[in-house]
Write a protein that binds this ligand. Structure first.
Ligand SMILES: [Zn+2]
Ligand SMILES: [Zn+2]
Length: 227
């Protein structure tokens, strides 16, 4: 049904999901796109949290396993509502909108050799029917020509959003696996939203164990921790 709706939207144009104005083949009109909340200019090169210096105190004290973050939007209204629409209403047309933003922003970044979406546990995947990170990743891969690779989530962990920040790191420890050997290549781990960065950090740790030379993060939205 959703595919059918998406087809109709693509073929005949549709109304903007946020304001209802006609938005042609896109699901957001130009005006709403221009007014989405962006991240502050001054932010940490590694974790993308607001920071007056290029690397924030937290990353200096305890460097993550990923080297930099490409993040576009601030995870607040209406970005959170759009993410919910993508994830829980299966509004897959938004995957394309977000992928386009990532691809555009990635032009100023070192080009990775692979894009690896954050995997979902098979039980969760059965429940939802799709993994939004893979949907965004597929389009980003097609648009950039960077190969998309997949890893596995081997432990069905409680949702990170249900846990206090401090427990999120422990929650995802050893939750991922990948049989590929990376031979010093650069892998960009892609996700829809980054909150503490614990999930991407754990994937980066696993990827370095598989021989990756560099792991970076590509995320559509970042939950901003105030300084
Ligand atoms: Zn609009
Ligand atoms: Zn940082």
């Amino acid at each position: 049904m959703n595919n059918c709706i998406n087809f109709i939207q693509n073929a005949f144009g549709a109304d903007c999901l946020l304001c209802g104005a006609y938005s042609g083949p896109e699901n957001l009109c130009g005006d709403c796109l221009d007014h989405l909340p962006h991240l502050p200019e001054k932010r940490c090169r590694i974790c993308s949290n607001p920071s007056v210096s290029p690397i924030c105190g937290a990353c200096l004290a305890r460097p993550p396993h990923f080297s930099r973050t490409l993040a576009i939007l601030s995870y607040e209204f209406p970005v959170d509502a759009l993410m919910q629409s993508l994830k829980y209403q299966g509004n897959l047309a938004l995957a394309s909108t977000f992928a386009k933003m990532l691809v555009e922003a990635s032009k100023g970044f070192p080009r990775p050799d692979f894009i690896m979406p954050v995997p979902m546990h098979p039980a969760k995947l059965r429940e939802r029917g799709f993994n939004q990170a893979i949907e965004i990743g597929k389009i980003a891969s097609r648009k950039t020509g960077i190969a998309m690779i997949e890893s596995r989530k081997i432990r069905d962990t409680p949702s990170q959003t249900s846990l206090p920040w401090k427990e999120r790191e422990k929650n995802v420890r050893d939750a991922f696996a990948c049989e590929l050997k990376f031979d010093s290549s650069h892998v960009a781990v892609l996700d829809d939203v980054m909150t503490t960065g614990s999930t991407i950090n754990e994937l980066a740790r696993m990827l370095h164990g598989q021989g990756a030379g560099e792991v970076s993060a590509w995320v559509v939205a970042r939950a901003v921790k105030s300084i």
